[in-house]
Design a protein around this ligand. Structure first.
Ligand SMILES: C[S@@+](CC[C@H](N)C(=O)[O-])C[C@H]1O[C@@H](n2cnc3c(N)ncnc32)[C@H](O)[C@@H]1O
Length: 215
């Protein structure tokens, strides 16, 4: 992550990990999703993921590990989860918040991840795709590292309302370094990369999109 845009610089601010989980995340995402609570969002993510207890999971752009730790609690003793994030302060915070041997955190770029093809049974990328300059490269990577039969789940932005408003949303968000995806852009991108059973749910200006790699 080059850290060139306002949004990327905000993610690298050392103060953000301290307030992210309790303030920034719930307030920002509840507003963006037109009032959906964090608990309700988590229920939908879990339903989309349908994790088996022994799954190997990758949480891409994990931030301070909020979702990583929560998903860890749904895994059994043989489950494993890896959190990857580009921001050193986020990774430091995530590492400080758990000593569970089933989790590890890696500082890295979602556009070029240090994992083998098909290494994970499930891959999440939540609240980050709209921040990345090359979202298509991240989508390539999410699909590359998921195993046959495994699931990719993405939580990101989406245009809503009449088309003329889309240009306004872009004009407001782009200068801050945030992209708003077209209604079918992310689901089409998952299908184009070979995923099947692609589905999507909308909540305000957020979409949860998921697909499975064929067996
Ligand atoms: C809003 S936080 C999302 C954290 C968490 N996934 C969640 O849902 O709350 C966005 C995260 O994306 C990370 N990020 C942005 N671009 C990235 C990239 N290219 N590679 C890895 N992480 C990236 C930022 O460092 C930040 O921690």
């Amino acid at each position: 992550m080059a850290g060139r845009t306002l949004a990327q610089r905000a993610m690298r601010n050392p103060v953000l990990p301290l307030i992210y989980e309790r303030v920034w995340r719930p307030v920002g995402f509840t507003l963006a999703s037109a009032g959906r609570s964090t608990t309700a969002e988590q229920e939908r993510i879990d339903a989309f993921l349908a994790l088996a207890p022994g799954a190997r999971v990758l949480d891409v752009a994990c931030g301070p590990g909020n979702t990583t730790r929560r998903l860890l609690r749904t895994l059994g003793p043989d489950g494993r989860i890896t959190g990857l994030d580009a921001a050193p302060a986020m990774i430091a915070r995530a590492r400080a918040d758990t000593d569970d041997p089933r989790v590890d955190y890696i500082q890295g770029d979602a556009t070029a991840m240090p994992f083998a093809d098909g290494a994970f049974n499930a891959v999440t990328c939540l609240g980050a795709l709209y921040l990345v300059e090359d979202a298509e490269a991240v989508l390539d990577e999410l699909v590359r590292v998921v195993a046959p039969g495994g699931r990719v789940v993405v939580l990101t932005s989406v245009h809503r309302g009449p088309a003329p408003l889309h240009g306004l949303a872009d004009a407001l968000m782009r200068p801050a370094g945030m992209r708003v995806f077209g209604a079918d852009e992310v689901t089409a991108a998952l299908r184009d990369r070979g995923l099947v059973h692609v589905r999507r749910e909308l909540a305000g200006f957020l979409q949860l999109a998921a697909g499975s790699r064929p067996m």
